[in-house]
Design a protein around this ligand. Structure first.
Ligand SMILES: Cc1cc2nc3c(=O)[nH]c(=O)nc-3n(C[C@H](O)[C@H](O)[C@H](O)COP(=O)(O)OP(=O)(O)OC[C@H]3O[C@@H](n4cnc5c(N)ncnc54)[C@H](O)[C@@H]3O)c2cc1C
Length: 394
């Protein structure tokens, strides 16, 4: 087998790997992206490892893109193809407790608090943007020893000798690669579906905290994208219900603010965990996106953080003679550490604070939501963290 020398190999053409390939276009490095799924399958068929998803065909999970992600996607020429739905207001409340707040785009001086697009549209949109790097589909990375990467395609095995291998292959790999990693099972599962209500959404998103986990409704086209976090047992029961019974349960959990829920698309489920690598111990490699850290979707941070990983890596690679060298990799990790740490802590504390039925915590949460409602500065702080992450604008 011949081994082809290249500068950068990206293993995984999910939304983060696809964005990284675009961002590296003018870096002066030769880039190859290998995606396990075939081009025709798109995201409709999940590889046996590396996906968060435990579900069915297609991936309709709604991804809320932050304003800073929009700015990056514009620079990658990907924004216009996504046709994402703007969020103008986010309404936050808790089930069975007082306190609620509304965060408006005007509070932070931005045109929208975020933009919603389904996972499928995001990945396919990014892969549809013309790219000068080579993109291989149906090409699964099967071995990497720090120097050589072996990729399995329909035509057999192909070997590369990249200066840098970037793992963008999603959540499962951290454990597979047996490197030191932190992992926490939240014992929660997200039930995802597209749903309709009697009332039009008018750009409003809803986040309702229940003792079993948050329930989010995100405006997506004319529909809402539902992410309903609950116990794994209840998620299994909800998935098995017929549509009218599912809609009735949703109405009971969400309340009357939107009137009746009228329709629901296909449901899929995602078991939720926090996973992150403590450090990169394999030589000549880095991880980005979910391969580096997989977060609970409560604050809609996972892809936004992964996109900032990709953007920063490409920015630093532009000036790097050897992107696989130890000093480049250490520089990248240092640059990303504050944003990663802040997003992991912020998301994990939100899960702990809000997925809880302790009466004292409920009182505290109500007071917190009330305070957010009354103090514009606090609202702006929370909104800006969600919009920009811990780092400044790109
Ligand atoms: C219910 C839910 C809602 C969410 N909502 C939001 C949100 O609102 N906002 C937000 O920012 N984030 C959200 N997220 C998180 C977001 O989905 C992830 O952070 C994002 O998908 C990570 O992208 P990725 O490209 O790193 O990984 P993935 O999406 O997992 O993609 C990995 C890719 O690698 C490929 N692959 C795997 N193994 C190999 C291999 N060996 N060789 C080659 N290719 C391989 C796979 O086929 C896949 O295409 C949500 C997650 C869930 C579960």
């Amino acid at each position: 087998m011949n081994t082809e020398p290249i500068d950068i190999l990206i293993a995984g053409g999910g939304p983060v790997g696809a964005a990284l390939a675009l961002a590296l276009q003018d870096s002066g490095h030769s880039v190859v992206l290998t995606e396990a799924r075939s081009a025709e399958a798109g995201s409709a068929c999940s590889p046996d490892s590396g996906s968060e998803r435990g579900g069915k065909s297609g991936d309709a999970r709604p991804i809320a893109l932050s304003y800073s992600s929009r700015l990056i996607l514009e620079r990658l020429n990907a924004w216009s193809v996504l046709a994402a739905t703007p969020i103008e207001t986010i309404h936050v409340s808790q089930q069975g407790g007082f306190g609620r707040t509304q965060i408006r785009a005007a509070d932070c001086g931005v045109p929208a608090l975020g933009y919603v697009v389904t996972y499928d549209k995001l990945q396919q949109g990014l892969l549809a943007v013309p790219c000068s790097g080579r993109r291989m589909f149906g090409a699964k990375l099967t071995a990497f020893d720090g120097t050589t990467a072996v990729v399995l395609t329909q035509d057999g095995e192909q070997a590369f000798a990249p200066r840098l291998t970037v793992f963008a292959d999603g959540a499962g790999v951290v454990d597979d690669r047996a490197v030191p990693a932190y992992s926490k099972d939240y014992r929660q599962t997200a039930v995802v579906a597209s749903v309709n209500t009697a009332q039009a959404h008018r750009g409003r998103a809803w986040e309702r905290f229940t003792p079993e986990g948050p329930l989010a409704l995100l405006p997506d086209g004319a529909d809402y994208g539902l992410v309903w976090t609950t116990s794994p047992e209840r998620a299994a029961r909800l998935s098995a219900l017929d549509t009218p019974a599912f809609l009735a349960q949703l109405h009971a959990a969400f309340g009357d603010r939107l009137g009746a829920f009228t329709e629901a698309g296909e449901r899929s489920t995602f078991p939720l965990a926090l996973r992150y690598r403590r450090d990169d111990t394999q030589p000549h490699s880095l991880c980005v996106g979910n391969a580096a850290q997989t977060l609970h979707p409560v604050a809609g941070q996972g892809f936004n953080l992964g996109l900032r990983d990709a953007w920063e890596l490409a920015r630093l690679a532009r000036d790097a003679r050897d992107p696989g060298g130890a000093s480049f990799r250490a520089h990248y990790r240092r640059a990303r550490a504050p944003d990663r740490r802040a997003c992991i802590q912020f998301t994990d504390s939100l899960v702990g604070l809000f997925s809880n039925s302790d009466p004292l915590l409920k009182l505290g949460r109500g007071a917190g939501l009330l305070a957010l409602d009354l103090v514009p500065f606090a609202r702006r702080f929370v909104a800006r963290r969600m919009i920009y992450g811990a780092n400044a604008l790109p």
